[in-house]
Design a protein around this ligand. Structure first.
Ligand code: AMP
Ligand code: MN
Ligand code: MN
Ligand code: MN
Length: 282
């Protein structure tokens, strides 16, 4: 069993990176990737845990992009997270995120929701603040009944107080990842896009932009969607990957290593990934 998509407290999960490495080892995972949103912050601690565990720890990231006016997440796996050029680029993401976050506070306040930047930042254990932390602050301030309610009424992708990130094109994100020796993969296609979106056409375009695969194993895919993305990967000669998208206590019911509904990520995906990464950069 392998899990190529998981978040720690360095983005919007709750667990310490080394605790995740130990948990993966305890359940016998063959590999676990840490893929925090727009930060490399958890990777030194995560990778330092390698000496004490049999699980192969994979350094990764999940970059927030926009594609055809919608949010698209790009996973980078097997990154050289010590690459200074990658670090500089990710630092730029921090600035984009901060700007976006302040704009969201302003939108909420303009709507009469009494929330401050300090309320939101206070929910995050590191300086990476995401909508997960907004949701918790909104619940704490009594502006939402639950995090789900906050997403549903206010800050979901199409909510009145959501501010999308300044544009990062998939082509650029894939270049950042590949120049750092990593493999560029579209996370959870189908999520965040309208029903009927032509993923066959989109993936062809994304492939020409440098994408090497995408997730076909994901907890909330049903069997039909799962099959569709597996077939699409085969037809386009792209690598089907996947994982749990674990967020610890911030996504109850999602466990490490469980990609959903009986379709676990086959171990063979690991060898195919290793073959795709750029050996020059390792
Ligand atoms: P951000 O990167 O700041 O835009 O925050 C996005 C994160 O919020 C995602 O990675 C999810 O963890 C979480 N999220 C987005 N939409 C929802 C939703 N409808 N319900 C629960 N969590 C969500
Ligand atoms: Mn998240
Ligand atoms: Mn995502
Ligand atoms: Mn994720």
């Amino acid at each position: 069993m392998i899990d190529l998509h998981a978040h720690s407290m360095f983005s919007d999960g709750t667990d310490a990176p080394e605790a995740m490495a130990l948990a993966a080892d305890a359940i016998g995972l063959k590999a676990l990737a840490l893929t925090d949103h727009d930060t490399l912050g958890g990777l030194p601690r995560f990778m330092a845990a390698q000496a004490g565990v049999a699980t192969l720890l994979v350094p990764g990231i999940e970059l927030s992009c926009r594609f055809m006016g919608r949010p698209l997440h790009m996973l980078g796996l097997f990154l050289d997270f010590t690459d200074p050029s990658l670090a500089g680029r990710v630092e730029g993401m921090r600035a984009r995120r901060l700007e976006r976050n302040h704009a969201m506070v302003a939108k909420l306040r303009a709507r009469g929701v009494p929330i401050s930047w300090e309320d939101v930042a206070g929910e995050a254990p590191t300086d990476l603040v995401s909508r997960t932390h907004f949701a918790r602050a909104l619940v704490r301030k009594g502006a939402a009944g639950s995090p789900q309610d906050a997403f549903h009424r206010l800050i979901g992708d199409d909510g009145p107080c959501h501010v999308p990130f300044p544009e990062l094109a998939p082509r650029e994100a894939a270049r950042w990842i590949r120049e750092a020796g990593g493999v560029a993969l579209v996370a959870h296609p189908g999520r965040g896009f309208p029903r009927g979106f032509r993923w066959d056409q989109a993936m062809l375009e994304l492939k020409s932009a440098g994408v090497q695969g995408f997730e076909a194993y994901y907890p909330d895919y049903g069997p039909v969607e799962h099959r569709y993305f597996l077939d699409l990967a085969r037809d386009l000669d792209l690598l089907p990957t996947g994982g749990s998208d674990y967020h610890g206590g911030h996504k109850p019911g999602v466990a490490l290593g469980v990609a959903g509904g009986g379709f676990e990520v086959p171990d063979g995906v690991l060898d195919r990934l290793l073959a795709l990464r750029d050996p020059k950069a390792q």
